[in-house]
Design a binder for this molecule. Structure first.
Ligand code: ZN
Length: 245
């Protein structure tokens, strides 16, 4: 089984009726409901106001893939927890999927290494284009699909050059955005995906669900064929001995 944790800040749903009406079990509850259909996944929910901000060591240390949604309380997430997550990703022990407004989370900024800044605007129609149809995250996704209403996010998006741009979006006001991007950090895999504004129903979209499910499988750590030390290893063999005999 793949151990998946869906972490949600879980504030909008409790503070605002309009959001609660869309996601009565929380955004994380909605995400869990479609991931649970996949029998290879064991999905646990976590949120900011839970004990240890939702990620006590015993849970974090068995998590294969962490999904992250946050917006209004990024600053409340402890630096210590962020650093634990970053180290676990870099060590190749856990994949990370960051959703929507998580682009400004400490976790995303710490793991990818830039501000994650972007511009945004009114909710509107979004066309998500499949730019990399052979990528595992794009499996089963058509050439494009339409989200009737989603928050506008647009370029420039201040991220490092991604290792793969899997999806690109066009919005009806004419803006474009790299809406599905992959990064490799150390031995870990990271996917950022734009849809998922709290006032929109994007997590009910069948293709959004399929992309997130595909991303979970893609982000599962790859087994490395030798032990990887935490720090920089001492190089104590001679090339001549190893290769010239
Ligand atoms: Zn939003």
């Amino acid at each position: 089984m793949i151990e998946v944790v869906v972490w949600n800040e879980y504030r909008h749903e409790r503070l605002e009726e309009a959001v609660r009406n869309i996601y009565p079990d929380g955004i994380h509850g909605c995400i869990k409901s479609f991931l649970d259909v996949d029998e290879e996944l064991n999905v646990t929910l976590a949120s900011l106001d839970d004990e240890c901000q939702g990620l006590p060591d015993e849970l974090l240390n068995k998590t294969d893939v962490l999904l992250w949604w946050g917006h209004i309380a990024h600053h409340e997430v402890s630096d210590e927890l962020v650093e634990k997550i970053r180290q676990r990703v870099y060590a190749g022990k856990m994949g990370l999927i960051v959703l929507h407004s998580g682009h400004h989370s400490k976790v995303f900024k710490s793991v990818v290494g830039t501000t994650g800044n972007l511009s945004w605007g009114r909710d509107q129609k979004e066309v998500v284009w499949n730019l990399y149809p052979t990528h595992p995250i794009a499996k089963g996704i058509p050439e494009h699909f339409i989200i009737d209403i989603e928050e506008l996010y647009c370029e420039p998006f201040y991220i490092p050059q991604p290792d793969a741009v899997v999806f690109g979006s066009w919005y009806e006001d004419g803006f474009i955005f790299r809406s599905g991007v992959c990064f490799e950090r150390g031995l870990g895999k990271v996917f950022y995906f734009q849809p998922g504004h709290e006032y929109c129903r994007s997590f009910y979209n069948e293709y959004v669900q399929k992309i997130i499910t595909n991303a979970v499988h893609w982000a599962v750590p790859t087994e490395v064929g030798y032990s990887v030390p935490d720090g920089a290893p001492m190089v104590n063999f001679k090339v001549t001995d190893e290769f010239n005999s």
